[in-house]
Design a protein around this ligand. Structure first.
Ligand SMILES: NC(=O)c1ccc[n+]([C@@H]2O[C@H](COP(=O)([O-])OP(=O)(O)OC[C@H]3O[C@@H](n4cnc5c(N)ncnc54)[C@H](OP(=O)(O)O)[C@@H]3O)[C@@H](O)[C@H]2O)c1
Length: 321
């Protein structure tokens, strides 16, 4: 099968297309024919790696995992002898978790992975964009107990996590102020944002609104700068706080009034089922910026690493729609 392989850390050019052995499912695994994956912000960080500490998890000198790709959509090709949740032919999408491997024609995952079936009301391309940002957002909105009528500010609302945050907060009945560059104002309106602010403009700097929840989706501004915008009984969500800060922030909580919420997310099948149902009923619609083929993987990484994609970048692996 074809796969985008990386033997060494480095620039996007370390990703090369190779023919590698097709995996065989164990008794509790499903073999998936991958139709689409997505290139997310996490992918280029692992490839570089950035931060350096990624090496402690992925391999000090060389990556132990040779095929990246953390999300996918596809069809079940075969199932192991003890699998009961899926059968051959099912359309599925989800996250590979720490196994990665979705930049390839085939992938094996345990049947209890964060994976759900979906109908042909969602295309394979769109389905590949329903895991990364939305699973992240479901985790954090639950932690912050976001509810109807609350006012939420999404800072950095135009990326994969941000566009999902705007849509899921609207679904929960919150009022949403989206902070993006001026170029993304229209996109925010189309996603249902009630107010938009330009992060480079004076409206944002002079904004005195007290929010129930501030959801910083990109971590491009010092987290302390958000504190004065959050009500004292509110919550400050720091999606991109990094591993180190996620460890020490909870220890500093006693010094700050708004609740600080950071750390690595827990992926839940029930969250993915909700996202699937909302996408099938067109209550949410993933934002797709660009589509690359598997052979264009280096170009896709180069583009995503610029840090200005709108929503999601899809990697089309087979021709099926
Ligand atoms: N904690 C976790 O478990 C977890 C899970 C998933 C993701 N993350 C982290 O979440 C972060 C966001 O991920 P993502 O995939 O959504 O990123 P992304 O899609 O690459 O973000 C790109 C967006 O960021 C915006 N942006 C760039 N500079 C900005 C600034 N100074 N102010 C406001 N917006 C700015 C860009 O808008 P403009 O072009 O208009 O500037 C662009 O639309 C990443 O750091 C990722 O590592 C953490």
């Amino acid at each position: 099968m074809r796969a985008a392989v990386f033997e060494n850390y480095g620039s996007p050019d370390v990703l090369v297309i190779r023919n590698v052995a097709k995996p065989t499912p164990k008794h509790n695994q499903i073999l998936i024919r991958v139709h689409a994956s997505a290139v997310n912000s996490a992918d280029w960080r692992l490839r570089k790696p950035d931060p350096w500490g990624v090496r402690l998890f992925l391999g000090l000198r060389r990556p132990r995992i040779k095929i990246l790709g953390g999300v996918f959509s596809g069809t079940v090709e075969a199932v192991g002898s003890s699998v009961t949740r899926f059968r051959a032919g099912d359309r599925i999408f989800g996250s590979t978790g720490l196994k990665f491997g979705a930049y390839a024609d085939f992938l094996c995952l345990p049947e209890n992975a964060t994976v759900v079936k979906f109908s042909d009301r969602i295309s394979f391309g769109n389905a590949a964009a329903l895991s990364f940002g939305y699973l992240t957002v479901c985790h954090y909105l639950r932690k912050a107990q976001v509810s109807r009528g609350q006012h939420l500010m999404v800072y950095g609302a135009s990326g994969s996590v941000g566009t999902a945050a705007v849509q899921m907060a609207k679904y929960l009945g919150a009022k949403v102020t989206a902070v993006t560059s001026a170029a993304n104002t229209e996109l925010m309106r189309s996603l249902g944002a009630d107010r938009t602010l330009d992060y480079a403009g004076t409206d944002f700097k002079n904004d005195l609104t007290q929010y129930d929840v501030v959801f910083d989706a990109v971590g491009k501004t010092p987290w302390r700068d958000h504190l004065h915008r959050v009500k004292s009984r509110g919550a400050l969500i720091l999606v991109a706080s990094g591993a180190l800060r996620s460890l020490y922030l909870p220890c500093l909580q006693f010094m700050f009034r708004p609740r600080l919420i950071a750390g690595v997310i827990t992926e839940k099948v029930t969250d993915l089922e909700l996202v699937r149902d909302l996408a099938e009923s067109k209550q949410i619609q993933p934002v797709i910026d660009k589509i690359f083929t598997l052979e264009e993987i280096a170009a896709a990484h180069r583009y995503v690493e610029l840090g200005h994609k709108r929503g999601n970048v899809i990697l089309q692996i087979s021709d099926t729609e």
